[in-house]
Design a binder for this molecule. Structure first.
Ligand code: BTN
Length: 245
């Protein structure tokens, strides 16, 4: 991945640029990366703060041999790849909060946004958007994020080389995507569960039209979060905001 790179100084968001590039037929592993995003977005179209030159704001176009049903799990594949890359480059052990957050000391340092271009039976492209807080100081975050966001610089006290991190992320992402294509979700699930910060914890899952509480068990073979409710029954959750109690 990353053998073809489109680099921008400032864009609204790398995500639509990657979508257009995918539609125009760019090869597997094409990377769109920007120094600054003026309208970065997160899951559920929430705004994503993307301060110039402090973070990694990038969208990767990949064309794996997967069914559309297997595509959402790419968020989990990417999360494992990112945690491994952080470990390799900084020595820090980050944790994963299902589905798409990477945390250090309980604060969010990376978000992943996976989007799909597909026919009913075939994946045409998967766009993996990665927003990573790297060299921000506390003051670089907007006020409302200061208590909930962190960066690698805040965590290590050191300036981190973003190019090294990108190279490492792309390497692991390629390796784990191949593993997923070849061996299915089992091996990824094992790795993922080793990094999860929710297993065994009491959590609240806030969904669009209901909120439920229970104990997080793990993830299913489809990447759903498995929650044991107080009546003993187990629910697989497809999409939610998770609060750890
Ligand atoms: C989330 O946690 O909700 C996902 C955040 C994803 C942010 C990245 S930054 C690069 C790409 N471009 C965007 O506008 N969003 C993603």
């Amino acid at each position: 991945y990353g053998r073809s790179v489109d680099y921008y100084e400032s864009v609204e968001s790398t995500q639509p640029i990657a979508h257009d590039a995918a539609q125009a037929g760019v090869p597997d592993g094409t990377l769109i990366v920007a120094e600054e995003q003026t309208a970065g977005r997160g899951r559920l179209y929430r705004p994503w703060s993307s301060t110039a030159r402090k973070g990694i704001w990038m969208s990767l176009v990949i064309r794996p041999t997967l069914t559309p049903q297997q595509a959402p799990q790419m968020t989990l594949v990417a999360a494992v790849a990112i945690v491994r890359a952080i470990e390799e480059v900084t020595g820090i052990e980050a944790t994963i909060k299902w589905p798409n957050d990477i945390l250090i000391n309980g604060k969010k340092m990376t978000g992943i946004l996976t989007e799909l271009q597909a026919d009913p039976d075939r994946v045409k492209a998967i766009i993996i958007g990665i927003g990573m807080n790297v060299n921000q100081e506390e003051d670089d975050f907007p006020d409302e994020l200061q208590s909930i966001a962190t960066s690698l610089k805040i965590a290590t006290g050191q300036h981190i080389d973003r190019a090294k991190l990108i190279t490492s992320i792309l390497g692991y992402l390629e390796q784990y995507t191949k593993m997923y294509e070849k061996h299915g979700f089992g091996p990824i699930k094992l790795l993922w569960e080793g990094y999860s910060n929710t297993a065994g914890k009491r959590i609240r899952a806030v969904m669009l039209n209901e909120t439920i509480e229970g104990t997080a068990l793990g993830i299913s073979d489809e990447g759903l979060l498995e929650l044991q409710l107080d009546d003993g029954s187990v629910r697989g959750i497809y999409s939610a905001d998770i609060q750890i109690q």
